[in-house]
Design a protein. Structure first.
Length: 435
């Protein structure tokens, strides 16, 4: 170990007890309108962001423009021959707050079709990366490589763009990027996992249908894609991916920089990787049981053994929700219809029935109900998408719909650059009365 690294280690080990004590003993001490626990604890629960695109209701789950998920699925126009709404219509709802007509949906779909052509240099960038690069790194690199295309940057650099008009070129960038994301994502998948056997897009198809086509996965995966993009589109502004996009955009960075940052935040294990971790855990349980579907009592005992062993049951619990995540229920309904006899779904179904009562009896979980990640990976696996690392790319396509909508509105309303104030540990100790 170098002298510098050793010195730093000594400083860290001496410092840690200070922050630990502040949180444990003085977490409720006020710092203005918030407390020390919130200041050190990642600003949890501090109300300091504004978005009208979505709101996370503790009892109803996510509301998109005021509509619950069941209402969204019911009211939006559906793709002919499919069960799920057009993603294009959902984007119209996020952007305007109004339920689109079929004509509105077709207009957005046509806009996406006109803009979906990806520049060749983007594919060259992806091919130049090592093939064992993480798909999220590839996705982020592809997005930021298109920054030179930004209409906002070109208009801003002319020097005559009014602040009130910042939203208009941002809108152009946003729609172009959203139109290209499915093609880029499918290219990454086919390049990395299918030996570079690329499937050309079919411009006659809607966004979800074309993505499934380019992935090489048959129906009803087109409905899976539509459902997945809608359910993962937005989740207020405070989660890491959404906030990263907002934060970077607040500096007037263009949509390409901002959505690349969003993707980078989504790639973190504490944010976007939960779905693959849940699936991996479910498969491990399946293997331990030798592929046999246990009874409810046997699964209940397994869950208790897991908890008593100091482990957690992944996919259950949520920072805000106090009921089963409606995103989970939408996917559950799809599974009950399309894969009710799939062994891994049977495990998920059993966990849905036995885990919440066990967690309630244990008494440690504020929210024992399953979240969106408790089921999404199983659906992907069933339809042959078995590459864990790719799942977050799917998440990223969906999340971009909400974050782009937010960025356009941030520019329209003239929200300023984000700049919270920081304090030192010594300042917090002084406020806590620690000498």
């Amino acid at each position: 170990m170098s002298a510098l690294k050793k010195k730093l280690q000594e400083k860290i080990e001496a410092w840690r007890p200070r922050t630990t004590r502040l949180v444990k003993e003085f977490g409720e001490v006020k710092v203005g309108e918030v407390n020390i626990g919130q200041v050190i604890g990642g600003a949890r629960g501090i109300r300091s962001l504004v978005t009208d695109i979505s709101y996370l209701d503790p009892m109803e789950g996510i509301r998109f423009r005021g509509f619950t998920i069941p209402e969204v699925m019911e009211k939006l126009p559906k793709v002919p021959g499919g069960e799920m709404p057009y993603v294009e219509g959902f984007f119209y709802l996020l952007l305007t707050g109004e339920v689109p007509t079929k004509e509105d949906v077709e207009e957005v779909a046509e806009e996406f079709r006109k803009r979906q052509e990806v520049p060749k240099y983007v594919f060259d960038v992806l091919k130049a990366l090592p093939i064992d690069s993480h798909p999220m790194a590839m996705f982020s690199a592809a997005i930021v490589s298109m920054q030179k295309e930004s209409v906002f940057v070109k208009e801003y650099e002319k020097g005559n763009l009014s602040k009130n008009d910042y939203w208009a070129p941002t809108y152009e960038d946003g729609l172009t990027l959203l139109a290209r994301l499915p093609k880029i994502a499918a290219f990454i998948y086919r390049l990395k996992y299918k030996g570079g056997n690329i499937i050309p897009s079919d411009p006659k198809l809607d966004m979800g249908g074309n993505f499934a086509h380019m992935m090489g996965i048959k129906k009803p995966y087109d409905d899976v894609a539509r459902m997945y993009f809608i359910l993962h589109s937005d989740h207020e502004s405070g989660n890491v991916s959404a906030h990263a996009g907002h934060l970077v955009a607040s500096a007037l960075s263009d949509v390409y920089y901002s959505i690349s940052a969003m993707i980078n935040g989504l790639a973190g294990p504490l944010h976007g990787l939960a779905n693959q971790e849940v699936l991996r855990w479910t498969q491990q349980v399946y293997e331990q049981k030798g592929g046999k579907v246990p009874t409810e009592e046997e699964m209940k005992q397994f869950v208790w053994d897991t908890l008593k062993g100091g482990q957690v049951v992944p996919g259950f619990g949520h920072a805000v929700l106090r009921k089963t995540d409606p995103r989970y229920m939408a996917q559950r309904e799809f599974c009950l219809k399309h894969l009710p006899d799939y062994p891994l779904f049977k495990y998920v179904d059993l966990l849905f029935k036995v885990v919440p009562p066990v967690l309630l009896e244990q008494g440690k979980a504020k929210n024992p109900w399953p979240n969106v990640d408790a089921q999404s990976g199983v659906i992907q696996w069933y339809y042959g998408l078995t590459e864990y690392d790719y799942y977050t790319v799917l998440f990223g396509i969906g999340r971009a719909l909400g974050v782009v909508s937010n960025i356009i509105w941030d520019r329209a309303l003239g929200y300023p650059i984000e700049r919270p104030k920081s304090l030192t540990t010594a300042m917090l100790e002084e406020m806590a009365g620690i000498k």
